[in-house]
Ligand binder design. Structure first.
Ligand SMILES: Cc1cc2nc3c(=O)[nH]c(=O)nc-3n(C[C@H](O)[C@H](O)[C@H](O)COP(=O)(O)OP(=O)(O)OC[C@H]3O[C@@H](n4cnc5c(N)ncnc54)[C@H](O)[C@@H]3O)c2cc1C
Length: 438
């Protein structure tokens, strides 16, 4: 009997006929041969931290977590070569020991390198593109079992497409990523009226190496966080932060449970339980400062907008969220990033502002997510590939100037749709030969 597989958030589940755990490239090649002989489709999975059905299959699921480990850190070239199933946490630890670091990162480190690449994972900072933009070389096994290496010189077009591929081009087994000397960051929290933040959004976005802002719809003020590079040593606030963040996550989780008693309960619980007080200002290693524990499972939506379009989009959202009748206990999160050139990167071709909404795992929040998605879509947003969304190829294609570049690469590397599933068919259309066979 087949075993059920579920995402971290439990938002999606499937029953693959086979779950394989290849330990190296040769085992990946063997699994692809086996799947082809059995007429099965194949999906690779990293840590299962996407909030949709990207990974789901009723064929073969390739769990890449055993294809892990750092192969080489090259301080002269400022690169690290790592196996695709390595978690970002393990990568951070290995880099830290070698006096190196990733220049930027998102809020957790459980994801695998390949999963983070494939979905356009990002942190925040106007000088920093998505994680995938750091990849200077990678190796993938394509549908017919061919092992392809690409880098910026040998095959820049394949590299660009494979950097953010949704797992549609092949199984990535190895990646070389640009790194920097290890550094520390000072975290400085702040608060200001949301309207003031939006009025000066561009200026605020460039005011520190990494900035983020959160806002609860029933409040007038937004909370801000700036991370500045510093030579100062890590201090006591750094040790407290994981604890305080966990308490805040639990508080949101409890408010989410209370929402089942009535929509007004979210605001009541959020205001009654002691509010989150971030450590005033503290210093920590970069990779510790970027991330925080998120022990409570949730659903999330995130969209990438042109940076200049964020203020109007958030102003419209403010009204829509206040009218909706059900609040999320989690604050709306705003982050920023540099443009990217991978054809399917949500940051393709434009300085980007990311707007994220997290909600409790309850069916009553699905409508709220749909409403927010609708508002952001009207502002030219592109959905985060790893988060909840309902976009289709028809909606996405006009938003990606190099959509056809990726489509051609997919048709060349996977003409029979070995790596497709229902979710990808909705997003990217059906692969070349399936269409021709109709
Ligand atoms: C608590 C939490 C916090 C998050 N915070 C952020 C954040 O701060 N910023 C952000 O941008 N995102 C964030 N995300 C989203 C998450 O980082 C991405 O969705 C990412 O894909 C998850 O990586 P994964 O290893 O779990 O990939 P999975 O979800 O397992 O897979 C994602 C995609 O990658 C493909 N894939 C995986 N491995 C391979 C491989 N070896 N070869 C080819 N394709 C492969 C899969 O087929 C699938 O298409 C967060 C998610 C959670 C649950």
């Amino acid at each position: 009997m087949s075993t059920e597989w579920r995402t971290w958030s439990r938002a999606s589940r499937c029953r693959p006929q086979r779950i394989a755990r290849p330990r190296d490239e040769s085992e990946v090649v063997a699994e692809l041969g086996r799947a082809a002989a059995a007429g099965q489709t194949v999906r690779a999975v990293g840590a299962g931290h996407s909030f949709n059905s990207l990974v789901c299959t009723d064929g073969t699921l390739l769990d890449m977590s055993s294809c892990a480990g750092v192969e080489r850190i090259d301080p002269d070239a400022s690169t690290v070569t790592v196996r695709a199933g390595t978690s970002l946490a393990a990568l951070n630890t290995a880099l830290h020991r070698a006096g190196m670091a990733l220049p930027n990162a998102g809020t957790i480190t459980s994801q695998t390198v390949a999963g983070a690449l494939a979905t356009g994972n990002h942190g925040t900072g106007l000088a920093h593109g998505p994680f995938a933009g750091l990849a200077v070389a990678l190796r993938l096994v394509t549908a017919d079992g061919t092992v392809r290496d690409c880098d910026e010189r040998s095959d820049p077009e394949l590299l660009r497409c494979a950097r953010t591929s949704l797992g549609a081009l092949g199984v990535v087994t190895r990646v070389t990523v640009r790194v920097v000397p290890a550094f520390r960051l000072r975290s400085a929290p702040g608060s200001r009226p949301l309207e003031e933040l939006l009025d000066g959004f561009d200026e605020w976005a460039g005011s520190a190496d990494h900035v983020s802002a959160t806002w609860l719809p029933w409040l007038d003020n937004a909370s801000t966080r700036a991370l500045h590079r510093t030579e100062d040593r890590a201090d006591r606030g750094a040790r407290l932060r994981p604890l305080l963040s966990s308490v805040e996550e639990v508080r949101c989780g409890l408010a989410g449970l209370a929402s089942r008693l009535g929509p007004g309960m979210v605001r009541w619980v959020s205001q009654t339980l002691p509010p989150y007080r971030p450590p005033a200002s503290y210093v920590d290693s970069s990779f510790q400062a970027f991330s925080f524990p998120q022990p409570v499972r949730f659903f999330a939506l995130e969209h990438a907008l042109a940076l200049a379009g964020v203020p109007d989009a958030v102003r419209e959202l403010r009204g829509a969220l206040r009218r909706f009748g059900l609040y999320s206990p989690y604050a709306l999160l705003m982050r920023v990033g540099a443009a990217d050139d991978a054809p399917l990167s949500p940051a393709y071709g434009r300085a980007t502002g990311y707007v994220n909404l997290t909600v409790p795992r309850s069916a009553r929040y699905v409508e709220l997510l749909r409403m927010v998605e609708h508002v952001l879509r009207e502002h030219g947003a592109r959905p985060h590939w790893g988060k909840a969304h309902t976009a289709t190829a028809e909606i996405l294609r006009p938003r990606y100037p190099e959509w056809d570049t990726f489509a051609r690469m997919r048709a060349e590397l996977d003409p029979d749709g070995r790596f497709t599933n229902d979710h990808l068919a909705r997003l990217l259309g059906e692969p070349a030969r399936m269409r021709a066979g109709r």
